[in-house]
Design a protein around this ligand. Structure first.
Ligand code: DHB
Length: 279
C-alpha cells in the first residue's frame, strides 16, 4: 500500500512543511504522449498534459496522506467556476487542508493560463470557490501574463487567502538534428534555476502592489534562493524541481541552509527577512 502513495508521503517525511498535489480535474486524464519532460542546461521543460485520476479516484490518496497529520494542499484545475467549485468542495470533503487553484498551466487548451489571464474569469472563480468552502484558497498564477498586477488585485479583492507565484514559464526545445520540437506537445512549462529571476520579479511586484500573502515558487534550489524570495515578499515557499537536483530531502536541506544563513547574517526572526528588499 505504501508504495502506491509513495512520492507525496516521502516528501512529507522528508522535512517539507506540507505537500501540494498534482492538479486534479473532474475526470481521469491520461495526459500527453511521451516525450513529456526533458532536462535542459538551466532547468527542466515539461508538458505532461495534466494527467490525473479524476477527483473521485483521488479520495483514497488524500485520506491516506492525511494519516500523516501534515498539511495536504489539493491543487485543482477546471475550465470554469462551476468545475472549480465542485472540485474544491470534494477536496475539502476528502480532508485537504487548503486548495490551490491552478490558473496557470502554460499549455492546456481551455485551462490554466488561458482562463487565468482574464480578470473577470479569475474573479468569478475565486469568489465562487471562496463562497463554497471553509478551508484556505490559494491561487497559483503565471508570469506569462502582462496584467499580473491586475490579476493579483482581483484575487486579493475576491478574498483568496494567498497568491502562489509563479508557475512554470511557457517554453520550447527544438532538436536541431531531427528538426522538430522535443516535447510531443511542442510547448511546455520551464522550471528550475533559469526561472528564479522571473519569479522574484513577480513576487516583488505583487508584494508592492497588493496586500495578500504570497507563496513564492520558481527555481528555489538552496537556502539563498529561499531568502531571496522571502526578501521579495514571499512568506511561504513551494519547491518542485529542486527535488530532482538535490534529492527528496531537499526541504530539510534548504531549511537548514536558511537557518545557517540567518545566523551568519545576524537575523533572529524570519519576519525580519520577509519583504526586506522593499525597505
Ligand atoms: C503541467 C501543468 C502545470 O501546471 C505546469 O506548470 C506544467 C505542466 C502539465 O500537467 O502538463
Amino acid at each position: 500500500m505504501d508504495e502506491d502513495f509513495g512520492s507525496m508521503k516521502r516528501i512529507l517525511n522528508s522535512g517539507a512543511g506540507g505537500v501540494v498535489t498534482k492538479s486534479i480535474g473532474l475526470k481521469e486524464k491520461k495526459g500527453y504522449e511521451n516525450p513529456t519532460l526533458i532536462e535542459l542546461e538551466h532547468g527542466i521543460l515539461n508538458a505532461m498534459g495534466l494527467p490525473n485520476p479524476g477527483i473521485e479516484n483521488f479520495k483514497e490518496e488524500i485520506l491516506n496522506l492525511k494519516k500523516l497529520n501534515k498539511p495536504v494542499i489539493g491543487s485543482i484545475y477546471g475550465s470554469n467556476s462551476e468545475e472549480f467549485t465542485i472540485l474544491a468542495r470534494k477536496m475539502q470533503e476528502y480532508g485537504a487542508s487548503a486548495i490551490e487553484l491552478n490558473l496557470s498551466c502554460p499549455h492546456a487548451k481551455g485551462y490554466g493560463i488561458e482562463i487565468g489571464s482574464d480578470p473577470k474569469i479569475v474573479k468569478e472563480i475565486v469568489l465562487n470557490v471562496k463562497k463554497q468552502i471553509k478551508i484556505p484558497v490559494f491561487v497559483k498564477i503565471s508570469s506569462n501574463i502582462i496584467n499580473i498586477l491586475e490579476i493579483a488585485k482581483e484575487i486579493e479583492n475576491a478574498k483568496a487567502d494567498a497568491i502562489v507565484a509563479i508557475n512554470t514559464v511557457k517554453a520550447m526545445k527544438i532538436d536541431i538534428l531531427l528538426k522538430k520540437p522535443v516535447l510531443s506537445n511542442k510547448i511546455g512549462g520551464y522550471s528550475g534555476p533559469a526561472i528564479k529571476p522571473i519569479g522574484i520579479r513577480c513576487v516583488y511586484e505583487i508584494f508592492k502592489n497588493s496586500n495578500i500573502p504570497i507563496i513564492g515558487c520558481g527555481g528555489i534550489s538552496n537556502g539563498k534562493d529561499a531568502v531571496e524570495y522571502l526578501m521579495a515578499g514571499a512568506s511561504a515557499l513551494e519547491i518542485g524541481s529542486a527535488v530532482y537536483y538535490r534529492e527528496i530531502d531537499v526541504f530539510k536541506k534548504i531549511c537548514n541552509e536558511i537557518k545557517k544563513w540567518m545566523k551568519e547574517n545576524n537575523y533572529k526572526d524570519i519576519k525580519e527577512i520577509i519583504g526586506a528588499a522593499h525597505k
